[in-house]
Design a protein around this ligand. Structure first.
Ligand code: BGC
Length: 755
């Protein structure tokens, strides 16, 4: 069907109605013209289709659905194929449940470990976020169902989530908070993008034309519709529409529809703006309606197994002194209520009505294992219970090994509010302490959406970080504990030693004007800990395996290149242990001698490879301009500084296995207006400037030549001369040159530079 033709037949009122929902989850399509209403649902880690009473907080019932591991868990898989696969399964479920759009993935950056919604978000790193979000989108949309990439943008806290103002400088916005969205939009063309609740630099995301139109559409080529987060539309509906916020959800806000109609009628808004929004929405609606697969059925049992596989590929083994994998014939005690009643998903809009939840205790029963159990704590309280602790210690003592299941409760972590501490509840801490005192073989399994501190780390022999592992959390945990699956997850976020170490710590909760200043700039997560050389509990990219890997032979296909060339990087990785395993090979790039304040290293590539014992594979990466660039605000573009870059193949952000170096030359002409105040360094930045300057310096005697007679300057003085020269304004250079500088030389030079 021709969308433009349909829109041309719609009345003004019908077009306005299409730009806001019919109810909580449906769109108000022009049924008069034969277009059926369509439904959207949350996302992202399972579908939350509400049949009856609707809400956006996960409170009322929804249809049974498979609960997959949350974003924070799944991101640790560092596995694009897994994300795509899970997207395909979710897309199929949407077809079966007649959903046109799945509200996810959630691609906001984990700025602080306190964000209550970190469990839904992927990483502190924009490259990882963008790559994984893109794969998820590809998967869902391959089933002719759309996604809604959310929450655009700079929505990194739950505190005052509907009104806070994220005050972010341009470079930080581009490099950290937009980059993941940019990758996902450019690579995978999401059908819809959801604008965030918050303000960004003073303007609500819903009214933010710069974000929703200039950047999202004009720069990145987004061609779907922008939907408001539920209730994010401001009082000025016209301004939102003009900014590029096409669809208001939920509906029906008759007053807002009226605003749109009135604005067209009284000439304050061009009807074309409304037509464009209507066309965008209808295009997506029809793409879905024209490609329905009504025969699709959900195989809940098969999907449960998929959820198990995803969880086992994602959970991270943080500590193992040899206690793991456990032997199936050992006398094992499972301690902690989470072993029986697991925490497997987060609270709020992503909360699904799980088809079936299998606990570790239940899974152990199914596997025929003899496991004793003591709850150790009650979930509803944080207060330790002495009797329960005693019972737990007794049970642990009578076993060969104790596995303690602890974490963070729903009451401490959810959409809608932020955490106030990285500590586990007191009763969980007390349980680890009580058990590890009496049982030297203690392993801890942590169920939590984000990171925690671990004052007990030295007292236990193993730690498996399960995150929020979805409905099959129990069997997945056992797969890893018993070594049926070899752990391969790597942390997608840094675990600081103390909350106070986090770079956003001082500014996180904003000021009395509700402004949250992102003063740490681009130094988020490992970018900060590395630069400041701060010890962390566990670094970004870290995770253990039951085997070991050796890296060798890092090779670059060129030693020198221009920023327009691509660089091929290869590295050999060998499984040097006794069992099959998967390794996430990470590639970081840094520029040690940069003149700009930059992180020491940034993730620019990763590949997950599976290796048999003794097997070796060559892993290959291609790096192009963006891998070396930073966002330069004076030219409002990505810029590669000329110089040497270090390429690092790494096991984690703190374990670099091999390095190599490449020399890159910038091809960007910096279009600045040169004046007598421009420094030699600035002038030398442009290829024209370099040529002119070299000639000038060579012929003028402005710099003492190495061959000149006179006192030996010594290394320190020579360095001083070099630095002073570099930083000298043109006017001073000429003044110091005295008579040797021909009259008018400065003016001639400037006219050449500014030509
Ligand atoms: C959340 C969104 C969600 C929407 C609909 C909002 O409160 O921020 O992520 O998609 O509700 O449930």
């Amino acid at each position: 069907m021709d969308v433009k033709a349909i829109v041309s037949q719609m009345t003004l009122e019908e077009k306005a109605a299409l730009c806001s929902g019919k109810d909580f989850w449906h769109l108000q399509t022009p049924e008069r013209l034969g277009i059926k209403p369509v439904m959207v649902s949350d996302g992202p880690c399972g579908i939350r289709k509400q049949a009856d009473a609707a809400d956006h907080l996960g409170l009322n019932a929804s249809v049974p659905a498979t609960s997959y591991p949350t974003g924070s868990c799944m991101a640790c898989s560092f596995d694009r194929a897994l994300f795509r696969e899970s997207g395909v399964t979710l897309g199929q479920a949407c077809q079966a449940e007649q959903l046109s759009v799945l509200l996810g993935p959630a691609a906001n950056i984990k700025r602080s470990p306190l964000c209550g919604r970190n469990f839904e978000y992927l990483s502190e790193d924009p490259y990882l976020t963008g790559e994984l979000a893109a794969s998820y989108i590809d998967g869902v949309q391959s089933q002719n169902v759309g996604v809604s990439l959310k929450h655009f943008a700079a929505n990194n806290q739950e505190y005052h989530r509907m009104s806070s103002d994220s005050v972010v400088d341009e470079r930080t916005l581009r490099e950290i908070y937009l980059a993941g969205f940019e990758t996902a939009v450019r690579k995978s063309k999401p059908w819809t993008v959801m604008c965030a609740y918050n303000r960004v630099n003073g303007t609500y995301a819903a009214e933010n034309k710069r974000l929703l139109t200039d950047i999202l559409r004009d720069e990145w080529g987004f061609d779907g519709y922008v939907v408001s987060d539920w209730g994010a539309t401001t009082a000025d509906r016209v301004k939102c529409l003009e900014a590029g916020m096409d669809l208001e959800m939920p509906g029906k806000n008759a007053a807002n529809d009226k605003q749109l109609v009135e604005a067209v009628k009284n000439g304050t808004m061009d009807e074309k703006v409304l037509d464009t929004a209507a066309e965008r929405i209808l295009t997506v609606v029809l793409r879905y309606l024209d490609n329905r697969k009504p025969e699709t059925v959900i195989d809940f049992e098969a999907d449960h197994e998929k959820a198990r596989k995803i969880a086992a590929e994602s959970m991270v083994l943080l500590k193992n002194d040899g206690v793991l994998p456990l032997k199936k014939d050992a006398k094992i005690a499972f301690i902690g209520e989470f072993a029986r009643t697991p925490r497997f998903q987060g609270g709020g809009s992503s909360n699904v009505n799980a088809y079936k939840v299998t606990s570790a205790l239940e899974a152990a029963g199914t596997m025929g294992l003899q496991v004793s159990f003591a709850p150790g704590y009650a979930i509803q309280t944080a207060e330790p219970d002495e009797a329960m602790l005693r019972e737990a210690a007794e049970t642990a003592k009578n076993a060969d090994v104790a596995v303690v299941f602890v974490g963070i409760t729903d009451a401490m972590e959810s959409e809608g509010f932020d955490r106030r501490t990285l500590s586990m509840p007191k009763n969980h801490e007390a349980l680890v302490e009580a058990v590890s005192k009496v049982q030297k073989n203690t392993v801890v399994v942590v169920m939590c959406g984000g990171c925690i501190t671990m004052p007990w780390l030295d007292d236990v022999r193993g730690v498996l970080y399960a995150y929020l592992g979805g409905e099959a959390v129990g069997p997945a945990t056992l797969d890893l504990l018993f070594g049926d699956v070899n752990p391969s997850g790597k942390l997608a976020e840094s675990f600081p030693k103390r909350l106070e170490d986090n770079p956003s710590y001082l500014y996180y909760f904003g000021d009395e004007q509700n402004r949250t200043e992102y003063r740490e700039g681009v130094f988020v997560g490992y970018r900060y800990y590395d630069k400041k050389n701060i010890d962390v509990l566990f670094p970004f990219g870290y995770g253990l395996s039951y085997t070991t890997f050796a890296y060798s032979d890092l090779k670059l296909d060129k030693a020198e290149m221009q920023d327009t060339d691509t660089l091929t990087v290869t590295v050999k990785v060998k499984n040097t242990g006794a069992v099959r395993g998967k390794e996430v090979v990470q590639l970081y790039v840094g520029m040690p001698e940069s003149r700009t304040l930059r992180p020491d290293k940034e993730l620019k590539g990763f590949e997950k490879v599976e290796l048999e014992p003794g097997e070796e594979k060559t892993v290959s990466f291609t790096l192009s301009k963006r891998a070396f660039a930073y966002y330069r605000t004076d030219i409002q573009d990505w810029y590669v500084e000329s110089g040497a870059y270090t390429i690092m193949a790494a096991k984690s952000s703190r374990e670099i296995a091999c390095t190599a170096s490449v020399q890159i030359t910038s091809t960007t002409e910096i279009k600045r207006v040169y004046t007598m105040d421009s420094t030699v360094e600035e002038i030398m930045e442009s290829p024209t400037g370099r040529a002119v300057m070299e000639k000038l310096v060579a012929g003028s005697g402005l710099v003492p030549s190495g061959e000149s007679e006179g006192p030996d300057l010594g290394a320190g003085t020579a360095h001083m001369m070099e630095v002073m020269m570099r930083e000298m304004p043109l006017r001073s250079l000429i003044a110091f040159g005295g008579d040797s500088v021909p009259e008018g030389l400065g003016e001639t030079l400037l006219s050449q530079l500014n030509a």
